[in-house]
Design a protein. Sequence first.
Length: 102
Amino acid sequence: MYAVIQTGGKQYRVSAGEKLKIERIAGDVGQEITLDRVLLVADGEALKLGTPLVAGALVKAKVLKHGRGEKVRIFKLNRRKHYRRSQGHRQDYTEIEILGIA
Protein backbone atom coordinates (compact mmCIF):
# COMPACT_ATOMS: atom_id res chain seq x y z
CA MET A 1 0.00 0.00 0.00
CA TYR A 2 1.30 3.43 -0.89
CA ALA A 3 0.09 7.02 -1.20
CA VAL A 4 1.15 10.20 -2.94
CA ILE A 5 1.15 13.22 -0.63
CA GLN A 6 1.80 16.90 -1.20
CA THR A 7 3.71 19.03 1.30
CA GLY A 8 5.97 22.02 0.92
CA GLY A 9 5.06 22.42 -2.76
CA LYS A 10 6.44 18.96 -3.61
CA GLN A 11 4.88 15.53 -4.06
CA TYR A 12 6.17 12.35 -2.42
CA ARG A 13 5.28 8.67 -2.86
CA VAL A 14 5.20 7.17 0.63
CA SER A 15 4.50 3.82 2.25
CA ALA A 16 4.38 2.66 5.87
CA GLY A 17 7.76 2.48 7.64
CA GLU A 18 9.47 4.81 5.18
CA LYS A 19 11.65 7.75 6.31
CA LEU A 20 11.95 10.92 4.26
CA LYS A 21 13.07 14.53 4.48
CA ILE A 22 10.47 17.16 3.65
CA GLU A 23 10.33 20.95 3.88
CA ARG A 24 10.30 22.12 7.50
CA ILE A 25 6.92 21.82 9.17
CA ALA A 26 5.81 22.82 12.65
CA GLY A 27 5.98 20.00 15.16
CA ASP A 28 8.13 18.83 18.04
CA VAL A 29 10.46 15.85 17.80
CA GLY A 30 8.54 12.67 18.64
CA GLN A 31 5.15 14.25 17.90
CA GLU A 32 2.70 12.47 15.59
CA ILE A 33 1.34 14.54 12.72
CA THR A 34 -1.29 13.90 10.06
CA LEU A 35 -0.75 14.83 6.44
CA ASP A 36 -4.16 15.44 4.87
CA ARG A 37 -3.14 16.53 1.37
CA VAL A 38 -3.31 13.04 -0.14
CA LEU A 39 -3.46 12.96 -3.95
CA LEU A 40 -3.56 9.19 -4.54
CA VAL A 41 -3.98 5.99 -2.51
CA ALA A 42 -3.11 2.56 -3.94
CA ASP A 43 -3.82 -0.74 -2.19
CA GLY A 44 -2.88 -3.65 -4.43
CA GLU A 45 -5.02 -3.32 -7.55
CA ALA A 46 -7.39 -0.78 -5.95
CA LEU A 47 -6.47 2.78 -6.89
CA LYS A 48 -8.17 5.92 -5.56
CA LEU A 49 -7.28 9.09 -7.41
CA GLY A 50 -8.33 12.43 -5.97
CA THR A 51 -9.66 15.45 -7.83
CA PRO A 52 -7.40 16.99 -6.55
CA LEU A 53 -7.48 15.34 -3.07
CA VAL A 54 -8.77 11.94 -1.96
CA ALA A 55 -11.68 12.54 0.42
CA GLY A 56 -11.12 11.17 3.92
CA ALA A 57 -7.57 9.93 3.28
CA LEU A 58 -4.91 10.65 5.89
CA VAL A 59 -1.25 9.76 6.29
CA LYS A 60 0.04 9.51 9.85
CA ALA A 61 3.69 10.34 10.44
CA LYS A 62 6.09 10.89 13.33
CA VAL A 63 8.63 13.73 13.45
CA LEU A 64 12.12 12.29 13.91
CA LYS A 65 14.27 15.41 13.73
CA HIS A 66 14.70 18.89 12.30
CA GLY A 67 17.84 19.94 10.47
CA ARG A 68 19.47 21.89 7.71
CA GLY A 69 20.54 20.51 4.36
CA GLU A 70 23.84 20.77 2.53
CA LYS A 71 25.08 24.21 1.57
CA VAL A 72 24.35 25.26 -2.00
CA ARG A 73 26.76 27.83 -3.44
CA ILE A 74 25.42 30.45 -5.84
CA PHE A 75 28.05 32.28 -7.88
CA LYS A 76 27.34 34.84 -10.59
CA LEU A 77 30.00 36.26 -12.89
CA ASN A 78 30.03 38.58 -15.87
CA ARG A 79 33.41 38.26 -17.51
CA ARG A 80 35.41 41.42 -18.29
CA LYS A 81 32.86 43.55 -16.38
CA HIS A 82 34.28 43.17 -12.85
CA TYR A 83 30.97 41.71 -11.65
CA ARG A 84 31.07 38.86 -9.13
CA ARG A 85 28.40 37.84 -6.61
CA SER A 86 28.61 34.92 -4.20
CA GLN A 87 25.83 33.61 -2.01
CA GLY A 88 25.09 30.45 -0.04
CA HIS A 89 21.88 28.73 1.00
CA ARG A 90 20.96 25.90 3.41
CA GLN A 91 17.40 24.61 3.26
CA ASP A 92 15.63 23.67 6.51
CA TYR A 93 14.07 20.21 6.58
CA THR A 94 12.07 17.90 8.81
CA GLU A 95 12.74 14.18 8.79
CA ILE A 96 9.59 12.10 9.28
CA GLU A 97 8.70 8.42 9.47
CA ILE A 98 5.45 7.26 7.90
CA LEU A 99 3.40 5.27 10.43
CA GLY A 100 0.37 4.40 8.34
CA ILE A 101 -2.08 5.30 5.60
CA ALA A 102 -5.79 5.56 6.43
